[in-house]
Design a protein around this ligand. Structure first.
Ligand code: KIV
Length: 310
């Protein structure tokens, strides 16, 4: 067989490294969702809406992927939903890498998006790129970060390091102290125009998509119309190119009331509590374990151990 020479360059590789985004999921015959595929998903061009959901561990990722979502966001909302904090300011890049790796172990078809936590991209550009790389090494195919034009330089540097970035505008939970609480953003004309401008700056900086959280529907529609990259809404109305919800909110696994924009599709906290209560009742009544849940020793073993106690 001829080997490639300088005048007959080798063809581009047709296979991907196992586990790399874009590679087939081993044993499944399914192509992984890639960043370019997500970037191309504008509804105005006839694309289906992008479906994104958070997951923080292997079982959650398995469930989300089994349901056929496009993107699994390992959100810094792991702080509130799993780790018991009141806000997202308490999680570190090590926390996010650990949860991203757990999600990656589900080997999902969906694109795994690692969320850069507060203070992992705010100090220096070098630190921001290193933080993004830590999430990629943990298993992310792209990263997300919050904020507008002030983050453009950092976004450019991460993109220059070949790591795709999703932006996040509007009600950005990492800004809870500056916002004075979790409030819908862009309600007046000036604030709405600033959001539209910020979204354009994120696209120019190289983002492949942008999350719009907690903004009026008309503002999300305006941004969606003006960008060539897709918008993914959460509390941003129906006009975005995709939607994202938090796993625990949509499954009814959280504590307390959910925000207005959440539609709970199940009440798994109630189902789970009832199941654990039934187990507790069975243990207390001596009804668990039963015969079927017991490893029985042979009569010979019983005899060798001597008379049964009691
Ligand atoms: O961490 C998260 O759950 C998020 C979504 C709200 C978009 O960033």
């Amino acid at each position: 067989m001829d080997s490639p020479t300088a005048s007959t360059p080798a063809p581009p590789p047709t296979t991907h490294a196992p586990g790399a985004p874009g590679a087939p999921v081993p044993g499944s015959g399914r192509e992984r969702v890639t960043v370019p595929a997500v970037r191309a998903r504008k509804r105005r061009d006839g694309a289906d809406p992008i479906v994104m959901v958070t997951a923080y561990d292997e079982p959650g990722a398995r469930i989300a992927d089994g349901a056929g979502v496009d993107v699994i966001l390992v959100g810094d909302s792991v702080a509130n939903n799993v780790l018991g904090y009141d806000d997202t300011l308490h999680v570190t890049i090590d926390d996010m890498a650990r949860h991203t790796a757990a999600v990656g172990r589900a080997r999902p078809r969906a694109l795994v998006l690692g969320d850069l936590p507060w203070m992992s991209y705010h100090l220096t550009v070098e630190e921001a790129v290193a933080s993004a790389a830590a999430l990629v090494r943990a298993g992310a195919g792209a990263v997300k970060l919050e904020g507008g034009p002030a983050r453009a330089r950092v976004i450019g540097a991460i993109v220059d390091a070949e790591i795709p970035v999703m932006g996040h505008l509007g009600l950005t939970p990492q800004s809870v102290l500056a916002m004075g609480g979790y409030r819908v953003q862009g309600r007046d004309v000036d604030a709405a125009r600033a959001l539209v401008d910020a979204a354009r700056r994120l696209e120019e900086a190289g983002c492949f998509a942008v999350v719009l959280e907690g903004v009026p529907d008309v503002v999300a529609a305006e941004i969606t119309a003006r960008l060539s990259i897709p918008t993914i809404g959460i509390g941003a109305g129906p006009h975005c190119d995709g939607q994202v919800l938090v796993f625990h909110d949509l499954l009814g696994l959280g504590a307390g009331p959910v925000p207005k924009f959440v539609r709970p599709y199940a009440n798994l906290a109630e189902v789970a509590t009832a199941a654990v209560a039934a187990y507790a009742a069975d243990v207390r009544a001596g009804a668990f374990p039963g015969d079927a849940e017991t490893y029985h020793g042979s009569p010979e073993l019983r005899a060798a151990l001597g008379p049964a106690p009691g």
